[in-house]
Design a protein around this ligand. Structure first.
Ligand code: BG6
Length: 515
């Protein structure tokens, strides 16, 4: 198999839209995300020649800092976090010469006027058009204020829309339930046109997630099987080994895993698995189909939540031979917290294609392994002519490994060599690493570049986010209406979650997959 540098999914024959000269403004420039992800991603785009010849990056944050000090900090970040590290100080300097720092408070209108002045003078100095991309790498409590202040400073719309553009990339969490997401959408859309808004879900930037589209819609062999006629059920797992590193607990204890990863990453994987073929890959066709999937899932009552959703919280345990603290003993976690660190959810996509096919979603912290996977489990043949021992009677399975060990495996039955007709499950396995060799770009590289060139297909739309919240809010409301869980912690760190989750798979051809 050969690989090319062109991504046929996005670029077609004519190549990707060129990146126009622009200013990238990172709001929250001294935070973790900027140093670990955004600046390294921009540096890699720069190295690979994807950034325009003329561009500036302006970091905006509270702490006083000179351009030189900011560049020095970012140099260290590049050496530590970049996918491709700088080969020399000079190489990094070449990139960092485009970077500037503007001190300002997120709630001070004069500071946004200052930002505007700085942008205008940089644009004049560097002969840049007023193309501006604002990246909201800030705490969600500032989202609305910053939107107002950008508007107040005249930064939310280009002065001359025929000659320049303004866009904003907004990080998750986009709301904390349906009401707040609606409110935030209202605010965003009162200032920006939806076409200016790029709601980021970094899972959509992952190569393997994009490959789901290629796998499903660029091949003809699987699509005819992709329905309730042949599929028994689908399992989507997002397992993580990490617990609550650093100050992570401060956010997580208020959020829980349902809000943190299910409302966004896991439901996105579900949408891409279950959606109908879009008419084209443009942003709206793709997002229309994803929204249709979400709309086909019913809002659950409290009773349905109790029946279809299992939550858990990890206790002390061990992972890869290392002792792990219980969630409640982690940094910044309330000692009697009932925040869920695990959730399993069985749902149905109620449409023609999927009627009667259970979708099982699960996500957890401190599971034995970091593994994100979509597994499609097929029905057994209608009539079995072979006398297969029960332990070998496994259904055909298609496993799309999102990460790590990215690839796709098909399990099927084969005859064991010998004089007897003995069957055994075997695997055909495609591995990204072996087939394509080269290192994939980081999700943030893809998504930042898409923001710069104005391609919204890998970002979520306002209605899509609200639909996802509709489903998750029903779960949150259900939990609120139930008594506080008294069995937490109900799984050991390093195990596959609470045994209570097994009841969700009790009637299926196979239980939860052992990854
Ligand atoms: C983030 C969540 O969105 O995704 C984290 O807030 C989670 O809790 C992370 O650990 C997982 O991302 P990845 O790319 O490491 O799978």
């Amino acid at each position: 198999m050969t690989s090319t540098s062109i991504n046929p999914l996005r670029e077609g024959r004519s190549g990707r839209k060129p990146a126009e000269p622009c200013s990238i403004v990172v709001l929250g420039a001294t935070g973790d995300l900027t140093g670990r992800k955004l600046i390294p991603a921009l540096f890699n785009l720069f190295l690979d020649g994807h950034l325009p010849a003329r561009f500036v990056i302006v970091g905006f944050a509270r702490r006083p800092k000179s351009d030189a000090e900011f560049r020095e900090d970012l140099y260290k970040d590049l050496c530590e976090f970049s996918r491709v590290k700088p080969r020399s100080r000079e190489e990094a300097e070449e990139f960092l010469a485009h970077v500037h720092y503007q001190q300002g408070n997120l709630d001070c209108s004069a500071d946004f006027d200052g930002l505007r002045g700085r942008l205008e003078s940089l644009e004049a100095e560097r002969s840049l058009p007023a193309n501006r991309l604002f990246y909201f790498a800030i705490a969600p409590e500032f989202f609305e204020t910053v939107i107002s202040l950008l508007q107040g400073a005249g930064l939310s719309q280009p002065a001359n829309p025929d000659r320049a553009w303004t866009r904003m990339i907004i990080e998750k969490p986009f709301g904390e339930d349906l009401a707040s997401a609606r409110e935030l959408n209202r605010k965003v859309q009162s200032v920006f046109d939806e076409s200016q808004v790029y709601r980021i879900d970094h899972y959509l930037g992952k190569e393997t997630v994009q490959n789901l589209l290629a796998f499903r819609f660029a091949n003809s062999i699987f699509e005819p099987l992709w329905s309730s006629r042949y599929i028994d059920h689908v399992q989507i797992t997002m397992g993580e080994e990490v617990g609550m590193p650093g100050r992570r607990g401060q956010y997580f204890d208020k959020a829980g895993i349902l809000r943190d990863v299910v409302q966004n990453h896991v439901l996105q994987l579900l949408c891409l698995t279950a959606m109908e073929p879009p008419a084209s890959l443009d942003a709206d066709s793709l997002r229309d189909e994803k929204v249709r999937v979400l709309r086909a899932i019913r809002t659950m009552s409290v009773e349905e939540v109790a029946e279809s959703v299992v939550r858990g919280q990890y206790g002390a345990g061990s992972l890869r031979g290392k002792e792990c603290l219980a969630y409640r003993a982690e940094n910044q976690i309330e000692p009697d917290s009932v925040t869920e660190t695990y959730v399993a959810w069985r749902l149905e996509v109620k449409n023609w294609r999927w009627a009667g096919v259970p979708f099982l979603l699960r996500a957890g912290k401190r599971l034995p392994k970091r593994a994100t996977e979509i597994a499609v489990i097929f029905k057994h043949p209608p009539h079995q002519v072979f006398d297969i021992a029960p332990e070998f009677r496994l259904p055909n399975t298609l496993a799309l490994r999102i990460q790590p060990d990215e690839g796709i495996a098909i399990t099927f039955s084969a005859k064991q060599p010998g004089l007897l007709m003995n069957l055994q499950p075997v695997q055909m396995d495609f591995r990204y690493g072996t087939s394509f060799g080269s290192q994939s770009p980081e999700a943030y590289e893809r998504l930042l570049l898409d923001g710069i060139v104005g391609d919204g297909s890998l970002f979520t739309r306002g209605d899509e986010v609200e639909e996802a919240w509709r489903l998750c809010t029903a779960i949150l409301d259900g939990w609120k209406a139930m008594p506080r869980p008294t069995d937490f912690p109900n799984y050991d760190a390093g195990s596959w979650g609470p045994t209570a989750a097994d009841r969700l798979t009790a009637d299926l051809a196979s239980g939860w997959r052992k990854l």
